[in-house]
Ligand binder design. Structure first.
Ligand code: UT7
Length: 320
């Protein structure tokens, strides 16, 4: 028994913020952002929350799958920007949908969060503990950016993507995932302050700091290796995969992976131009866009791959 995706959905906040707008509030330009990253605009939350975006994305995925919320056994949300420390975003989604029979919890694996969620659900499915699940990647990253640090805040966006997963004979074919905590310092958001009476600490602000070049080096070496591992395990040639749906951090990273695998860029759909980097939500938003454009046919093979904070990475090969 394995996991098959039977419906996808996504939801982006209403407000679009262009590179040109950012250049009116900080020392940056459309030229710098677009040429270094491929990003032209991103959606940022105003009234929306991580939970509200997740619930809407989930409703759309359930509608496509023809599944009622009460039928769900599990809800797993990959996020590093849940609206509260507790309850989890997954529990808020459960309440919002009325998915009364689902067990719900979040996974924090940063930009690999959706893929880790998929693999976790797959393990539950294989053990017989789950039959029908919802996996979501959702972020409100704009809340944890330092808006005076142009080297990070221009890169990220907000949004949510969801997939309904059913236990079936065909679907997830092979996977790889890993973590390298030694490199965690290269992408960090240290936002915990100890408020107990025994310790006096300076207030630590909740913002994200990234050593872009270190994360870049990590991505262009670990991601192609992870993809190759999965392809080898499944005995599939790179050209047999219809699409490679990679975490949308930087167009140059995606181009580098395509080159390493000796594949045409056409096999690597892009959403970062209009979404920016949405961490855990990147892959499921892109998957939903590709699905809704009608680009996937039954039996197609696709690779999903996420990488980022932790540092973490995860890749899976899926039959559609
Ligand atoms: O989702 C998690 C995964 N994340 C990633 O994969 C991110 C990986 N890293 C990257 O994508 C790239 O490293 C960045 C896009 C973040 C940065 O590109 P870079 O080519 O590594 O630029 P840099 O950091 O070396 O900065 C080059 C210059 C610097 O100026 P000087 O020192 O050369 O004068 C920066 O101050 O660009 C400057 N700069 C900017 N200029 C205009 C940095 N940010 C900006 C900006 N606008 N927004």
């Amino acid at each position: 028994m394995t996991s098959r995706i039977i419906g996808t959905g996504s939801c982006l906040p209403d407000t679009v913020v262009t590179n040109d707008f950012l250049s009116t509030i900080m020392d940056t330009s459309d030229e710098w952002i677009a040429s270094r990253t491929g990003i032209r605009e991103r959606h940022l939350v105003k009234e929306e929350t991580t939970a509200s975006l997740s619930i809407e994305a989930a409703r759309r995925a359930l509608a496509e799958a023809g599944v009622e919320p009460e039928e769900l056994d599990m809800i797993v949300v990959g996020t590093l920007t849940g609206d509260h420390i507790t309850p989890s975003t997954a529990c808020e989604v459960q309440a919002g949908l009325g998915a009364v029979n689902a067990v719900a919890f979040d996974i924090n694996a940063a930009c690999a969060g959706f893929i880790f969620g998929l693999h976790t659900v797959n393990a539950y499915i294989r053990s017989g503990m789950c039959r029908l699940a919802l996996v979501i990647g959702a972020e409100s990253l704009s809340r944890i950016m330092d808006w005076s640090d142009r080297s990070t805040c221009v890169l990220f966006g907000d949004g949510a993507g969801a997939a309904v997963i059913r236990a079936q004979e065909n679907g997830l074919m092979a996977y790889d995932q890993g973590s390298d905590g030694e490199k965690g310092k290269y992408l960090a958001c240290p936002n915990r302050t100890n408020n107990n009476p025994l310790v006096q600490t300076d207030k630590i602000l909740a913002y994200t700091k990234m050593d872009g070049q270190e994360v870049y080096k990590f991505a262009v070496s670990y991601v192609p290796a992870s993809i190759q591992k999965v392809l080898e395990e499944a005995g599939i040639a790179p050209s047999d995969v219809k699409y490679y749906l990679l975490h949308q951090a930087n167009l140059r990273i995606i181009q580098s992976v395509a080159k390493r695998l000796k594949l045409s860029q056409d096999k690597f759909p892009i959403s970062l131009d209009h979404c920016g980097n949405v961490s855990a939500a990147s892959v499921p938003i892109l998957l939903d866009e590709v699905n809704r454009k009608g680009l996937l046919e039954k039996g197609d093979k696709i690779i999903l791959s996420g990488f980022g904070g932790g540092l973490t990475w995860g890749t899976c090969l899926m039959e559609w």
